[in-house]
Design a protein around this ligand. Structure first.
Ligand code: CTP
Length: 232
């Protein structure tokens, strides 16, 4: 791995699930454990990068002198925390499983089971990656994830365009021992400048290494372009 290119680079990572409150004791969330995001953070730290991680509630501990972690619950809190770091970030990795919707109203008191059924009205959450994709500078590099169950490549390519990512890491729910909760993952890296690259099933530490290696290759590509443009 190219060790120098990431030295002192500022990296923003979102990771884990978000929790969207229903009342003071209940919430809507998903099965994300944050393992992938934390594994990616470790790889960046090993390469000398400064990592700013905005993490939903997970059961992982990570400490490092170059690591700042902000713990959040909801998608709105995650977005607000990212606003502190995005502008100065060289690289942003959106690995969080952000809830797409939240309850329209949070009940002030615990909801009692009086009715035989009830409906929770939901409103759309902010799309964090999309918002930062709109203001991303050309020198910044962003990577997103896509977890799909069908037409995986098409959906992932759409996310690459829509959210202005430089690369999307595709996980398929159809791959065994992959994605949420597992220690292993099987990914396909989708870049604007290359054909999709499929990796075999690996431990998440190795997958994180592959992802960070792909990011290094994107950075090198960018510098080569800059250097060549100088002679044109
Ligand atoms: N993402 C985000 N904020 C959201 C939703 C998603 O930052 N509110 C980011 C995720 O971290 C991921 C990428 O966008 O990097 C794609 O997330 P995903 O949930 O797969 O896609 P959605 O845009 O939510 O689309 P859908 O759920 O319809 O597949």
């Amino acid at each position: 791995m190219n060790a120098t290119i990431l030295h002192n680079k500022k990296v923003l990572i979102t990771t884990g699930p978000t929790r969207e409150a229903i009342d003071p004791v209940r919430y809507i969330s998903n099965h994300s454990t944050g393992k992938m995001g934390y594994a990616i953070a470790k790889q960046f730290l090993q390469q000398g990068a400064q990592v700013f991680m905005v993490s939903g509630p997970v059961c992982i501990e990570l400490q490092h002198s170059n690591l700042t972690i902000v713990q959040v619950n909801s998608a709105n809190e995650m977005y607000m925390a990212c606003c502190r770091f995005f502008e100065d970030a060289d690289i942003a990795v959106f690995a969080a499983a952000v809830a797409d919707y939240r309850p329209a109203k949070i009940a002030e008191q615990k909801i009692k089971k009086e009715e035989s059924s009830f409906t929770i009205s939901m409103v759309k959450n902010i799309d964090i990656a999309y918002e930062f994709g709109k203001v991303k500078k050309t020198k910044q590099l962003s990577v997103g994830f896509a977890l799909e169950t069908n037409d995986e490549l098409v959906h992932a390519q759409n996310k690459l365009q829509k959210k202005n990512f430089d690369m999307v890491i595709l996980n398929s729910m159809n791959d065994a021992n992959s994605a949420f909760g597992y220690d292993t993952n099987k990914i396909t890296a989708i870049r604007k400048d290359q054909l999709p690259r499929e990796f075999p099933l690996k431990h998440k530490t190795e997958v994180a290494r592959d992802i960070v290696k792909e990011i290094c290759s994107l950075l090198i590509h960018r510098y080569e372009h800059k250097a060549l443009a100088y002679f044109e």
